[in-house]
Design a protein around this ligand. Structure first.
Ligand SMILES: *Cc1c(COP(=O)(O)O)cnc(C)c1O
Length: 350
């Protein structure tokens, strides 16, 4: 006799996290190399004194700080236990069995999982030959059953970013009752002036929600906190399905402190953007195909050679993130870490 678990979960793909190998350089999870911003560490330490109390459910201070920073009303902001939780919340709030969630593929590997957990149907739209989102294809995939479309820009794992103009023309053609999630986990690394700003777009489109995180540029991946900005109809729904107290008290303090460290953040993002260009140029020089990236990682579309590249790098004590049969995603680390990866890439004969 065993307990009865939903049988559709048997088929669910497991989320594969980037490996952490002691003694190896980790360029596998799109984390920033420098740790949390220095001024934030104190806020985290001080917050330890209050952890016998439940966190503020409404994350009042964090929401107020975001509201000021982004110049949006507090009611238009919802926080979540990482933006991955917000992605799950939006599907949960909009979808039941038979409803459809459209997303690009390959993209963030949580999308298929959270779609299926909600009992909804996944509709994957292949990327273009340039490893970018195929907006026309995504429009064509919309049916009366479509409830949510994930638009990941810059796209994880390929790094490509949409242009504002293209995204706007896409949004004009999406039915207004379909929620468009702009997953902007890497927004802070974007340097292309033509790239869209999701928060700006939410002022104009009531069915658009921008999702951002403190995990990447802000260096708080271990804290688990992200936020969504959009029409109150959407943010209210997100709050309804929020697991009570899931954004913890330390994370709230850390996020508020991070928002106060603008200068440190900007310096860090500029350094990463410069390294990204240097590393991409070096890889191109070595003969690799490397799509343009606006994120803190690069994509090598190695196809069947991805596994061999992964093993070759691991032997050189560099951990990258390979997607079998598709490619390898390499996070931009510190200069010397990137150089170690470039050495490995130079000696790869796959
Ligand atoms: C990392 C990432 C997220 C969310 O990260 P959290 O740590 O859950 O905030 C969301 N979307 C994409 C595309 C990501 O790469």
């Amino acid at each position: 006799m065993s307990v009865r678990i939903r049988s559709d979960l048997d088929e669910l793909p497991a989320y594969v996290a980037g490996r952490t190998v002691p003694g190896s350089i980790k360029l596998a999870s799109n984390e920033v190399p420098g740790g949390p911003l220095p001024s934030v560490v104190d806020a985290i330490a001080n917050a330890a004194y209050e952890v016998h109390r439940y966190p503020d459910m409404a994350a009042t201070e964090l929401v107020a700080t975001l509201s000021e920073r982004l110049e949006v009303a507090t009611e238009r902001i919802a926080v979540g236990c990482g933006s991955v939780a917000l992605c799950q919340q939006i599907v949960q709030a909009t979808c039941g069995p038979g409803d459809e969630v459209v997303f690009p593929w390959r993209s963030f590997e949580a999308y298929p999982i959270l779609t299926r957990v909600a009992g909804a149907e996944e509709v994957r739209v292949p990327l273009t030959g340039e490893h970018a989102l195929d907006l026309e294809g995504m429009l064509a995939a919309i049916t009366p059953a479509t409830r949510v479309i994930f638009v990941c820009t810059p796209n994880n794992p390929t790094g490509t970013s949409l242009r504002r103009e293209d995204l706007e023309s896409f949004l004009r053609r999406v039915p207004s009752e379909v929620v468009v999630v702009l997953d902007e986990a890497y927004r802070e690394f974007v340097t292309d002036p033509e790239a869209p700003d999701g928060v700006e777009l939410t002022r104009q489109w009531d069915n658009v929600v921008s999702m951002r995180t403190f995990s990447k540029a802000y260096g708080l991946a271990g804290m688990r906190v992200g936020y969504a900005v959009g029409n109150p109809e959407i943010t209210t729904a997100l709050r309804k399905v929020y697991i009570p107290f899931s954004v913890n008290a330390v994370a709230q303090r850390a996020a508020v402190a991070s928002l106060g460290a603008t200068v440190e953040l900007e310096r860090r993002c500029a350094e990463i953007a410069a390294e990204r260009t240097r590393v991409r140029d070096a890889l191109l020089e070595l003969g690799y195909e490397v799509p343009h990236t606006q994120a803190n990682f690069l994509w090598l579309p190695l196809g069947d050679r991805s596994g061999a590249f992964d093993e070759h790098c691991a032997a050189a004590k560099v951990v990258v993130r390979a997607f079998a049969g598709a490619g390898a995603r390499i996070t931009i680390g510190k200069r010397e870490e990137n150089d170690a990866m470039l050495d490995a890439a130079a000696s790869f004969e796959g």
